[in-house]
Structures are given as C-alpha cells and as structure tokens.
Design a protein around this ligand. Structure first.
Ligand code: SF4
Length: 574
C-alpha cells in the first residue's frame, strides 16, 4: 500500500481498489465479512473518518484480547459471538448511515441491506489498513497487531459453513481447489486409508466412507434433503503438494498426480497461515517504507496522528475528574485513599505513612496522581509536610521538597502542566530496592499481593483471578479484576488503563450507590407515611387506639420529611 499526498484538505487518500473482499455469487453481489486484505483501499476520506475507523477497530481488537485473556475456557462459538457483539458495539454506528441513506433515497430493503453490507466491508478494509500503518513501526507493535488480526480471522474462518468456505476460497485463495463430487468418489477409499493410518476419529472416517452412498436415498426425499446432505458431506480441496510440505512429510494427506487432498478441517490452519504471511509481509513492507508513506506536506498532519494511534487510550478521558470530584483535601485524603485509590497509589500512601518518606519515583507517581484527582497545591504541601514529619522538619521540607511539588503544579521552572502517569508508564517503572513506585501487580510477590488485596476487602474469587493475571504478566487486567472484586461490579470490557480511571470509576460507583440509598430511604419513608395515613383513616372510622397511634406516627413522619426537604411552612413538622 502506498499512502499518497492528498489534494484536498482534511482528506487522506489510499491507492488501489476496494473490492478485494467482494465476491460474486450468481447474479447477487455478496460481501464477505472476511478478507485476506490483499487489496488496499483507494479513496478519499476525511481525517475524522480515518481516525474514527481506526479507533473503532482498535477497540474491537483490544476488548477481544482482554476477553480471551480473561476467559480462556470459552468455546469458539462463544468467542465469535463476543467478537460480533464488539463489532456491533464499536463499528455498527459508523456504517449504519449507509443503510439509512439508501433507505432514504427510496432503495428497497434488500438494496439498503446490501449498501450497509458494502459499507461494513469498506470500513473493515480501511480500518485494517490504517492500523497496519500505525502498528508497523516496531517489532513489538507488529507482533501485537498480527496476533490480534490472525485470531480474528481464524475465529471467523473457523465458523464458516462449507458453502462459505467454498465461496471465500474461490475468491481469495484459488490455489485451493474444491475436489468435484465425482473425483472425490474415485479417491474416497484411498483417503479413508490415509485417515485410518493417521488414527483420525471414527466419525470423520465414517463420513468419508459413506460419502456418495446415501445420494440416491437423499434424492428420493426431495431437494431440501439433497441440499442438507450436501452441506454435511465431507469436502476436500486439492492443493499443489509443494504448498503443504508438512502434511506431506507427516503422511497426513493423500497424494495423487502432484496434488495433496486436504480436508476442509485441515485446510483452516493453512489458510490462517497464509493470512498471517500476507499481513506480516505487508507490515514489514510498510515499516520499510514508513517515511515514504507520508509526503513532506503530511509530516505535520497525518504522521503524528497515525503515530499516536498506538498510544491512544480507548477509555474515556479522565482529565475532568478533578473538577467532578474536587472535594479532596489534606484532611480527608487518607479516607479517600482507602476507598478509591488503586493498589499502586494506596501502596505508596501506606508506605509513606509507615516510613515518613518516599523516594523521588514514588513522590512523582503519587504527587501527579494527587494533582490529577484535584488536590490543590496548597493542600498538597500540607499533606506532604505532615506525612514527612517528624522525620523531616517543616524548614527542611520547604528546602528539599516543596519546590518539586510546586514544579509539578506548573508554578516553578518551565511552568509545565504535568499530567498523572498512565498504567503503561507505571508498569514500566519499577525502580530498585527501597523504591515503592511502579505497579504492585508487577512488583509484589503472590503472597504480598493476596494480603494487599485482602486489606482492600476484595472478593476472594477476584483475588485469585487478579493474582493469576498478574502471574501471566497481564497487570492491567489483574487491576480490573481487583476493581470488580472490591466494588462488586460486573466484568469490565478492558483492563484499567490509568490510576485516574480506577479512581474516577470508583467515585462514580460509590456516588451512584449513595444517591440510590438516599432515594431508597426517601421512598421507604413515603411508603411508611402512606401506610400510616391509611391506618389513621381506618382508625378514625373504627375507633381503634392502636391504629390511631400509627396514624399519629404517620403524621410525624410526614412532618419530618417536609422538614428534611427544607419546608419551613409554619406547622410543616408538627
Ligand atoms: S494497573 Fe495501573 S492503576 Fe492498577 S495498580 Fe497497576 S499502575 Fe496502578
């Protein structure tokens, strides 16, 4: 793919044609949701669409990766369902407009559906190539992208029906030729022999053995039965033997006239491997030509945008957390920390309290986070000074540490407005002995981690999940599991990406619960008052003293409620 200079402001242009994944079937134009991405898109698109499509695909890939890591025991069908659900969530909104536009233009339902399908294929192709461009820059990025894309391809290809495989392969991989019915009959017994020698399952062998024997029977039951039988019958593809040297050397396929007869099931890994090779080659080629992809005039505009895609946080922007929950002061910081801080920050606060000191890395990590949650600079100075005492006198603190705090708030030196670290930075900065910064899911051993999560009153099952994720090096997923265990919330779609995210989510959940509790109490009081009023009416009518007492209580309750609501009407709380 070559990225060309755009002649239109705000538009990006790709070379070559879209349509590599459009397949013909009869007179109907079909759009496959699977592509080998051998043909880059070639059209003008706005920079907004360029970025939107890339971020949508990135969200699908990242959430799918997190789902697989957290649920290693799901079936392929469940993984595919999740993938479709994520595509629906992130990409559907971007392509729904095509169907709406077609419908508004008076197109029939089928035409509108086809327009939406075509738009989906277009979005899929563009988003793949934009991410290919963004992720080609380093070996690590290339590896991540390749793994995610191959996994997505493998899932979709694996769940295709026999007919869909046939359509896809005839369009994208014509080197795999479907063995015609008559030819398969002629080699059936030889294939069975090979299958037996490879100890394949009895069921698979008997499907091939019975191939062709039930034709007359199916025909006699009508066309529907014939179609069903066709779908169930074994499919084999003829491949030049040089393309499958491993299968040949392991004698797992029948060889005839230079062709290897490969079953549909055995073909899937070959097609995935071919997909992998194609994308990997494309990534390397792009990496080699990275500079040429952007003409001089694009260096300032498109290049930084593409480069930033790999660092972009896909979760909401938490920079507003300071104004939303700006009630933090030096006095209430310990309580806020105990309830809402992620382990990395809670750990620093407790080490600071225990040692009355933190080294530079810890002070930076915690200090910028405290600034991020809205602790004013003056309060930060009070907090740090009190935490360093009595080990450090006020005078010594002002000399050694106060400047740095003011600097973090942009009041000294270059007056830069520094922001809080994200998880990727913290995970990568572990320091040495005596340092406490970094991510505890990475730094702490298993027993220390279990103890730390226990202190947060994390649910036992989630503690084990977090420890296991941390053991496998998935620290942000471990943190998400801990968050779920501490706050008793359902599973998050992705891992925690920043301590500020953890904090903001924790504050939001607690605020919602508190407001629900207040509303629940108010509703209960209303109900009680109404019940008492009903009892009073009944008592007045029947002269029951107990009911009359309940009625008085009801009146009192109503009065209290009105007073609580600020009703100063004389006699309101009588
Ligand atoms: S994953 Fe992020 S928020 Fe959680 S403890 Fe590690 S650095 Fe802190």
């Amino acid at each position: 793919m070559q990225f060309l200079a755009t002649t239109k402001p705000g538009a990006a242009e790709f070379t070559s044609q879209l349509g590599g994944n459009a397949a013909r079937k009869g007179n109907e134009r079909m759009f496959s949701d699977l592509s080998m991405y051998s043909t880059p898109p070639s059209e003008n698109i706005t920079l907004e669409e360029f970025e939107r499509l890339a971020l949508a695909r990135l969200s699908v890939l990242k959430e799918m990766e997190a789902y697989r890591l957290r649920h290693s025991n799901k079936t392929e069908k469940e993984y595919l369902d999740k993938l479709n659900q994520l595509k629906q969530k992130h990409m559907k909104g971007l392509t729904a407009s095509a169907a709406a536009a077609a419908a508004a233009a008076g197109a029939s339902g089928a035409a509108a559906t086809s327009a939406a399908r075509e738009e989906e294929v277009r979005a899929d192709n563009i988003s793949h190539y934009v991410l290919r461009l963004a992720y080609c820059r380093t070996a690590e990025l290339r590896k991540w992208f390749l793994v995610q894309e191959c996994e997505m391809f493998r899932l979709k290809f694996g769940m295709y029906s026999a007919q869909e495989h046939e359509d896809f392969l005839s369009e994208h991989a014509p080197q795999y030729k479907l063995v015609p019915h008559a030819e398969l009959l002629s080699v059936r017994d030889a294939i069975v022999k090979v299958m037996r020698s490879n100890l394949e399952t009895r069921e698979a062998i008997s499907r091939v053995e019975n191939f062709g024997r039930d034709d007359a029977d199916a025909k006699s039951k009508g066309p529907r039965s014939t179609a069903d039988a066709r779908e169930l019958e074994p499919k084999f593809y003829k491949v030049a033997w040089t393309l499958v040297p491993e299968l040949v050397s392991q004698r797992r396929v029948l060889l005839r006239g230079g062709w290897a007869y490969v079953s549909r099931e055995a073909l899937a890994p070959l097609v995935v491997a071919e997909f992998r090779t194609g994308v990997s080659r494309g990534l390397s080629e792009m990496a080699r030509r990275w500079r040429q992809m952007f003409p001089a005039e694009e260096e300032q505009r498109l290049q930084p945008l593409v480069a930033s895609l790999t660092n972009r946080s896909l979760v909401a922007d938490y920079s507003g957390v300071a104004t939303r929950y700006g009630d933090v002061s030096a006095a209430n910081l310990p309580q806020v920390a105990a309830r809402h801080f992620p382990l990395c920050m809670g750990h620093l606060v407790s080490q600071l309290a225990a040692e009355r000191h933190l080294r530079h890395g810890g002070r930076q990590q915690l200090g910028l986070f405290l600034k991020g949650i809205g602790l004013p600079m003056e309060e930060a100075l009070v907090f740090w000074r009190s935490m360093f005492a009595p080990r450090c006198t006020g005078e010594a603190f002002d000399k050694q540490y106060a400047y740095n705090i003011r600097h973090n708030y942009g009041r000294e030196g270059k007056r830069t407005d520094y922001t809080a670290h994200k998880c990727t930075t913290i995970v990568g900065s572990s320091g040495g002995p005596g340092d406490h910064h970094g991510c505890p899911y990475r730094r702490l051993d298993e027993s220390a981690l279990r103890a730390a999560l226990g202190r947060l009153k994390c649910d036992d099952r989630k503690v084990e999940e977090a420890v296991s994720k941390a053991r496998d090096g998935h620290y942000q997923l471990a943190c998400a599991a801990a968050f779920e265990g501490v706050h008793r919330v359902p599973e998050m779609d992705v891992g925690i990406s920043a301590p500020l995210q953890y904090y903001a989510e924790s504050r939001r959940i607690c605020a919602e619960r508190e407001s629900a509790a207040v509303q629940g109490a108010a509703a209960a009081a209303t109900e009680a008052a109404a019940a008492a009023a009903t009892a009073a009416t009944a008592a007045d009518a029947g002269g029951d003293p107990a009911a009359a007492a309940a009625a008085d209580a009801g009146k009192e309750q109503r009065g209290v409620k009105r007073a609580a609501a600020g009703d100063s009407t004389p006699g309101a709380a009588r």
